[in-house]
Ligand binder design. Structure first.
Ligand code: PSV
Ligand code: MN
Length: 392
């Protein structure tokens, strides 16, 4: 009888060793919708407190060694000192996010604006972000542009692409040898008729024209409902142009909910293509980031839940029996191939992951350990007064 080989947790555990999920500083501040931003006890008042919260997530999970900053929300006088502060807490400073969406000058565009002065102002902001990166040691500059138009005829869509290309080229020029630019796309919002970087194809075209240090950033919440996101992952990895993920989940639009909460199967399918495309290999340069808001739930446990969701779906994706899958695919066994795939998805890895964590000196159940630690009550008692951090 032919021996059946089954991929087991022990066989894949080593692949989880180096997994790192970058957390966003803004997840620890207050956020909301255009209707209301709710305050919550214990919310950081300063960049340092946001970094401390990110370090707490890493302490409980071992999964988030970097925190990503947003400029100007996280502007400080001395970024070298901020870097030392973070490192003392056991965490590094990661991706720097630019912001050209909160200034009146940018109402009709920033890097695409028809007015040279406003374009230059937006370019200068990005150059200042690169100055920050020089001090924080960050590798990636992440650019998300809120640019587009609301009404047909309002703008010259073609001219805006040309100006975007020119502005990006000026920013790209300033990158150091070890620095990269990642261009994020989003199909709509805040512009409702056309968006200047609406899809992966436009981002790809723009970054391909820049050179080897420019990549696409894929935010999972930035697609039309029903989009096959894992196909985009596969394609960008195939092209060597997937720079980073912004993980979150959505039911309707850009909901920024906890990754893996709305559609765990979609996260599994994405992580399968990540593994398939080599993005989990030790030499991979793909950055795995969260881009989330915790509008009503506590923020630190929300982030702990998020990184654990990514880890769980990564483990399940690694459990796909690739040999059996390839055999079924090649022999045209439609249902057999699907069954191999689904077997891995339906495998509950939580008990094995709990043991795996305990073997590494981490709590088996980080969510419960955080709840039992009293840390939330402590920050709620300590952080009284001041202005809670938000989108400012
Ligand atoms: C835009 O919706 C976005 O996803 C971009 O990544 C921003 O950097 C982030 O949200 C926070 O504004
Ligand atoms: Mn994003």
């Amino acid at each position: 009888m032919e021996e059946v080989t089954v991929t087991r947790f022990d066989d894949i555990a080593v692949r989880l060793e180096a997994q790192a999920i970058e957390v966003p500083s803004w997840a620890y501040g207050n956020s909301g919708t255009r209707f209301k931003v709710f305050g919550s006890a214990g919310t950081p008042r300063t960049v340092e407190e946001k970094i401390a919260d990110a370090a707490t997530v890493h302490r409980f999970t071992g999964l988030s060694p970097l925190v990503s900053l947003h400029i100007p929300w996280d502007l400080v006088d001395d970024f070298a000192a901020l870097r030392r502060y973070a490192e003392d807490l056991g965490i590094g400073l990661g991706t720097i996010n630019s912001n050209t969406f909160q200034d009146d000058d940018y109402k009709l565009g920033a890097l695409t604006h028809t007015d040279r002065r406003i374009r230059q102002k937006a370019i200068d902001h990005h150059l200042a972000c690169i100055d920050v990166m020089d001090q924080t040691g960050s590798r990636d500059l992440k650019i998300w542009l809120a640019e587009g138009t609301n009404y047909p005829g309002q703008g010259d869509m073609r001219g805006r692409q040309d100006r975007l290309a020119e502005s990006l080229a000026t920013i790209y020029e300033r990158l150091g040898d070890d620095q990269r630019l990642v261009l994020e796309y989003k199909f709509f919002e805040p512009a409702f008729y056309h968006t200047d970087v609406p899809d992966w194809g436009t981002s790809y075209v723009q970054v391909a024209a820049l050179g080897d240090k420019a990549f696409v950033c894929l935010d999972t919440g930035h697609h039309a409902p029903g989009t096959n996101i894992e196909f985009i992952v596969a394609q960008l990895l195939r092209l060597g142009k997937l720079g980073s993920f912004d993980f979150n989940s959505r039911f309707y639009a850009d909901d920024d909910l906890i990754v893996g909460s709305a559609d765990p199967f979609q996260l599994f399918r994405i992580m399968y293509e990540v593994v398939r495309g080599g993005a989990l290999d030790p030499d991979s340069d793909v950055a795995f980031m969260l881009d989330q808001c915790h509008n009503i739930e506590d923020k630190i446990p929300g982030q702990i839940r998020s990184v654990l969701n990514v880890q769980e779906m990564t483990a399940r994706a690694l459990l796909v029996d690739t040999e059996a899958l390839a055999a079924a695919q090649e022999s045209g066994d439609v249902l057999g191939a699907n069954a191999v795939f689904m077997d891995a998805f339906y495998t509950d890895v939580r008990p094995d992951l709990a043991t795996w964590r305990e073997e590494r000196g981490l709590p088996g159940d980080p969510v419960r350990a955080y709840a039992d630690s009293g840390h939330q009550k402590q920050i709620e008692a300590d952080r009284v007064g001041g202005t809670q951090a938000s989108w400012n």
